[in-house]
Design a protein around this ligand. Sequence first.
Ligand code: NAP
Length: 316
Amino acid sequence: MLAVRYEQYGGPDVLRLVEVPDPEPGPGQVRVDLRAASVIPGDWKVRAGHLKEYFPISFPKIPGRDGAGVVTKLGPDVDYITVGTSVCVVAQHVEPGTYAQAIVRDRESITPLPRNLGFDEGAALIHAGVCAWICLVETAELRSGMRVLVQGGAGAIGGLAVQLARHLGAHVAATCRAENAAYVRGLGADQVVAYDRGDFAEELKDFDVVLDLIGGDVHRRSYPVLKRNGHMVCLIAAPFENRAAEFGVRVTTPRINDHRQALDFVAGLAARGALKPQICARMELAQAAEAQRRLEQGLVTRGRIILQIPPTGAAA
Ligand SMILES: NC(=O)c1ccc[n+]([C@@H]2O[C@H](COP(=O)([O-])OP(=O)(O)OC[C@H]3O[C@@H](n4cnc5c(N)ncnc54)[C@H](OP(=O)(O)O)[C@@H]3O)[C@@H](O)[C@H]2O)c1
């Protein structure tokens, strides 16, 4: 099969499209022929060597944290799915990833692709949706009537977080650049502050939850937005100064453990139309390096870049 992989840390040019052996499912596992993979910030940060302490990868490494495709082979003792089922999959950074024509997964890391979604949308949905779910539902316990600020509402996770918070009945504020304000309102935000026009810290007060997907100065200035005993939920790789004691709030950095229950909840919400995954651009698998370069340069907005993967046997 074809896969994109790298043999050392470095810039996007270390990514190569190569022929590798087909993966074989072991006991309890299935082989999924992938048709789409999403390109996420963690993919380039791991490739660049920025997250070595958290994700001790081995080389050669196939990147890709999520994707979608069709189950084509069952390993021994698999009775939970049948050949031909379309699925969304997740893989951890330390495992062989989804920039490939096939992957082997177990029951915990797949969920049926919602019937109303194509493979590209399934890939755009699953990891980003699970991140939003873990942050807002499992960590912040967001409920109807609560007030949440999503820092980064035009991003892949932010866009799904806005939709999820709206679905839960919360009052939703979000930040984005001015040209994305109407887009983010369209996802369900009640209030939008454009970070290139206004100052969210002046406009927003008394929030129960801030979901920080940005970090840095945005993180530092987000504390006064929270009520006393409010909850700052951070999904950022860079270190930050924890000001919880100064402001009387809670700060949590959840671990993204994409377990089956979260995958199923997210896919279920998408099947009901409550979550609509957002796609910024579609590219070919062979363009993975260019896709990661765009992401690294901050040129990706309004959802994921999706790598479209040719079926086994077709030319890339
Ligand atoms: N720790 C973990 O396990 C974990 C897991 C998943 C993700 N993450 C992190 O979560 C973050 C978000 O991931 P993602 O996939 O959603 O990223 P993404 O789609 O690449 O997000 C990009 C968005 O960030 C927005 N943005 C940039 N600067 C901003 C600012 N000052 N204020 C508000 N918005 C701003 C941009 O909005 P505009 O387009 O409007 O400019 C852009 O749409 C990343 O840093 C990622 O590494 C961490």
